[in-house]
Design a protein around this ligand. Structure first.
Ligand code: HSE
Length: 309
């Protein structure tokens, strides 16, 4: 049996504009790595947190990776404990699913230490318990794509049905992360508890249209549907320059542009030849509002978390 394993879990774009808390896609260009090492007592010890954000709690109960692994040790009645080394590639409070990626990488690494490894659905449930520590609520739109890879729809919380959705070839995702932090809790607290029926109908049509466009390679339908009429209008005030960034993306041919997860990162879907131009326009728009940013372009391949060492 293995004594040590390291796993990588990709960042993710939660909501993908039209599926608040239920739809997300992985983003391979960045992610977190977690090394899990067997220890003698049945506890979790977080020995190192390094990388782009190291200012995170090391008490297992307050750390997404720690809590996910604690749940595994308790529920599976493992006869060993785990030391975790966390290497953050995803900035804190960025809307890129960093807390989810750490939890996912941790459960995938620990899974490699088990005599009988678990399937992804069971790992998902442990990672969800970790994610709850960070955001205060259970939502799966970062956990599921980080674990499974690609564009992922999750139906149900207690017994989640996880479905990977095909993405038309040639689509790219542009991600622009302005250098500011936006806590998920804050971005959730400002949401109104009630919304107009007409908006629910519009958003339902957009979600259905977007998924149908993905299944049928209909880029025109994706272009018409990839619009968030419920959450984005409430949250965009939290992101300086958001409208200019979106206008920059759409004006350069993006299929859609919205907030990644709870923000402040903004994503755009586009066809491959347009990606560089769209990225430049989005970065310039943030700059014009006083914000430097990091930007990446990625394909949407269905590659989820995996053991790397
Ligand atoms: N779906 C969640 C939200 C993602 O938008 O609040 C948070 O990472």
């Amino acid at each position: 049996m293995r004594e040590v394993a390291t796993a990588f879990a990709p960042a993710s774009v939660g909501n993908v504009a039209v599926g608040f808390d239920v739809l997300g896609h992985s983003f391979q260009a960045i992610g977190d790595r977690v090394t899990a090492r067997r220890t003698a007592d049945r506890s979790v010890c977080i020995s190192t947190i390094k990388g782009v954000s190291s200012d995170l709690p090391t008490e297992p109960e307050r750390n997404t990776a720690g809590m996910a692994v604690l749940s595994m040790i308790r529920d599976l009645e493992l006869d060993f404990g785990v030391e975790l080394e966390i290497e953050k590639g995803i900035p804190l409070g960025s809307g890129l699913g960093g807390s989810a990626a750490s939890a996912v990488a941790a459960v995938v690494a620990v899974n490699a230490l088990l005599e009988r490894p678990l399937d992804k659905l069971r790992l998902l449930k442990f990672a969800m318990r970790g994610e709850a520590v960070a955001s205060g609520t259970v939502h799966v739109d970062n956990i599921a794509p980080s674990l499974y890879g690609g564009l992922v729809l999750t139906v149900g919380i207690d017994n989640p049905n996880v479905k990977q959705i095909p993405v038309p070839e040639g689509i790219r995702c542009v991600l622009v992360h302005p250098h500011m932090m936006l806590p998920t809790r804050q971005a959730r607290e400002i949401l109104k508890p009630a919304i107009a029926l007409s908006d629910v109908i519009w958003q339902s049509a957009n979600l259905a249209g977007f998924l149908t466009g993905c299944f049928t390679n209909d880029l025109q339908l994706i272009r018409e549907s990839l619009e968030d009429v419920i959450i984005e209008p409430q949250r965009k005030v939290l992101i300086p320059g958001f409208q200019a960034v979106k206008d920059g993306a759409m004006g350069n041919g993006a299929l859609g542009c919205s907030i990644s997860g709870a923000g402040p990162t903004v994503f755009a879907w586009c066809e491959a030849p347009d990606a560089d131009r769209i990225r430049a326009a989005m970065v310039a728009a943030f700059k014009a509002h006083g914000l430097d940013s990091d930007a990446w372009i990625s394909t949407l391949e269905p590659i989820g978390a995996h053991v790397v060492e």
